[in-house]
Each structure stands twice: as structure tokens, then as C-alpha cells.
Design a protein around this ligand. Structure first.
Ligand SMILES: Cc1cc2nc3c(=O)[nH]c(=O)nc-3n(C[C@H](O)[C@H](O)[C@H](O)COP(=O)(O)O)c2cc1C
Ligand code: SF4
Ligand code: SF4
Length: 260
């Protein structure tokens, strides 16, 4: 099969999962192309794919229980010659909310139907802000099984319905943590060595040559904070939530959500 993987991954978790999936597909002799929609220059291009694909794999992180706005807008406008999709999301082990069902709806409006969807718990993009360490966990076997089941669904023309059982988080702590946002990440001049890595890491081109951030462009993804090896991009959370609630709830939900 000819597969197109289209992903958005400011802090790299989603990209890592895409790589695992691509390895599985390549081992089965499927052709795989990739679009890295993390970079703004890719998203603003004339997004027309002339090749005919058998399956489109879309992958993104969950932001406030939804598809990140910037990626949702990109999905709406991209023109892809493909009718079948598999949806992958990663979430910071708080809650995956309604993101998979939302992505499936966007694709359906374009005549692309979903044959499998998964939300994978990972580390939270704000882990360095919260200063909370977690022991690593991986779901490689489950991910491999999921992708094989989804491919089988495509061969058997069996779409999945995400409407009936999408995840609504019932817990107040999950609601609070998933809606947490950062203040604009400032530069600590004393620590900064002007390596400019933060500029290149930004998916929104929001950081100028003088390392200042345009407030309206910033989506608070924390890529610039994580990439800075000198701890010079400092940021704090906007919401007034107690440390106790954060440390209790962050990384508190490591459930895979699978639709096959
Ligand atoms: C603005 C923002 C909102 C987020 N909202 C949620 C959320 O609602 N639930 C959750 O579990 N994780 C949430 N996260 C964590 C990310 O979904 C998670 O860390 C993801 O794996 C990051 O993917 P990436 O490394 O590919 O960018 C959020 C992260 C950011 C930056
Ligand atoms: S990545 Fe850190 S050290 Fe490098 S320019 Fe940005 S803030 Fe300065
Ligand atoms: S400036 Fe904002 S959008 Fe750009 S990397 Fe930093 S947090 Fe993300």
C-alpha cells in the first residue's frame, strides 16, 4: 500500500510514535511518504498532493483535549488524493478528550473515512515546567498490533465509529490540568548563549532574531523551552493551580484509547 504520514509534533513525542509506525509499515513492504506539518513553511505552502495514496495517517498531540487549532486548520485545507485514514494522537497522560473524534470529523468532511484511531499516553510537553519526573513507558507492542488491525480494517473495508465512545474526562483535576497554559516563555539573558536553537524549534515562527516572541503567534507548545540546553527559556504556568493538584494529576492517566 502507498501510505502518507502527515504529522504535527512540536516537542517530538508524536514524531517518535510516527517513526515506530513507519518501521512497522516499511517492514511489511508498504511505501511510506511523510509530511512534517510542524514547520510553518510546510503548512503555508500550496498543499496539494498529486500522488494517489491508499491510506493517510494523521498524527498530532492533544491540546486542551482537542486537535491543536493550527493543525486542525491545516488538515481542513490540505488536498490529498486518498479516502482512507488512520488517526494517531499522543497525549500528556492527563486526558485525550475529544481529539480523535474531532480529527475524524474533519477528515470525514473531506470524504476521508477512518479505519483505526489511537490515543497514546506520553510525557507531557510541560514536564520541564512542572519539574515532574516520570519513569518512561512504551506501548510498542500495542502500537504494532493497532496498526496491523487498522490495516486489516482497510483491506476489509471496515470503518470505525468514534462518535459512540469518545472519551469525555469526568475528573475535575483532568479538566484543570488539560486546560493549563503557559505564560510567554521569556529569555534569561544571564543563561542564554544565543545559540538560536529556540528560534528554529518554533512551529509558528514566533521568535525573532532578537529572541523576542510575538505573543499572538505563540501557541504555548513549549518546544523552545525543551530545546534550550541552557535552561534559558523560562516560563511559568498562567493558571493558578496548586502544585499538589498538578503533581497528583499530571501523568496520572496512562490508558491507551483504541478504536479498531
Ligand atoms: C498547549 C498544550 C495543551 C495540552 N493539552 C493536553 C491535554 O488536554 N491532555 C493531555 O493529556 N496532554 C496535553 N498536553 C500534552 C501533550 O498532548 C503531549 O505532551 C504530547 O505528547 C506532545 O506531543 P509532541 O511532543 O509531539 O508535541 C498539552 C500540551 C500542550 C503544549
Ligand atoms: S535556545 Fe536557549 S541559549 Fe539558545 S538562543 Fe534560545 S534561549 Fe538562548
Ligand atoms: S515561542 Fe511559543 S509557539 Fe514558539 S516554540 Fe515557544 S512556546 Fe512554542
Amino acid at each position: 500500500m502507498r501510505c502518507l504520514v502527515c504529522y504535527f509534533s512540536p516537542t517530538g513525542n508524536t514524531y517518535k510514535k510516527c517513526k515506530e509506525i513507519i518501521d512497522v509499515l516499511k517492514n511489511q513492504n508498504h511505501d511510506v511518504n511523510m509530511i512534517n506539518a510542524t514547520k510553518r513553511e510546510i503548512r503555508v505552502k500550496n498543499n496539494i498532493e498529486n500522488v494517489i495514496y491508499d491510506v493517510l495517517i494523521v498524527a498530532f498531540p492533544v491540546y486542551s483535549q482537542r486537535v491543536p487549532n493550527v493543525f486542525a486548520e491545516y488538515l481542513k485545507k490540505i488536498e490529498i488524493n486518498c479516502r482512507k485514514a488512520i488517526i494517531i494522537s499522543t497525549y500528556g497522560s492527563v486526558t485525550s478528550g475529544n481529539a480523535l473524534a474531532q480529527a475524524a470529523r474533519i477528515l470525514k468532511c473531506k470524504g476521508i473515512f477512518t479505519y483505526g484511531a489511537i490515543a497514546i499516553p506520553t510525557e507531557h510537553s510541560y514536564k520541564s515546567v512542572f519539574k515532574i519526573k516520570i519513569s518512561p513507558y512504551s506501548y510498542s507492542d500495542e502500537l504494532r498490533k493497532f496498526i496491523n488491525d487498522a490495516i486489516l480494517n482497510i483491506y476489509n473495508s471496515k470503518t470505525v465509529s468514534l462518535k459512540s465512545k469518545f472519551v469525555i474526562s469526568m475528573f475535575l483535576n483532568q479538566q484543570l490540568i488539560s486546560n493549563i497554559t503557559l505564560k510567554l516563555p521569556k529569555v534569561n539573558i544571564k543563561k542564554c548563549v544565543r545559540c538560536k536553537k529556540c528560534i528554529f524549534s518554533c512551529p509558528m515562527d514566533a521568535i525573532d532574531r532578537n529572541l523576542n516572541i510575538t505573543t499572538d503567534k505563540c501557541i504555548r507548545c513549549a518546544a523552545c523551552v525543551i530545546v534550550c540546553e541552557y535552561g534559558a527559556r523560562e516560563c511559568i504556568i498562567k493558571n493558578s493551580i496548586s502544585r499538589k493538584i498538578i503533581s497528583k494529576s499530571i501523568h496520572g492517566n496512562k490508558k491507551l484509547v483504541i478504536f479498531t
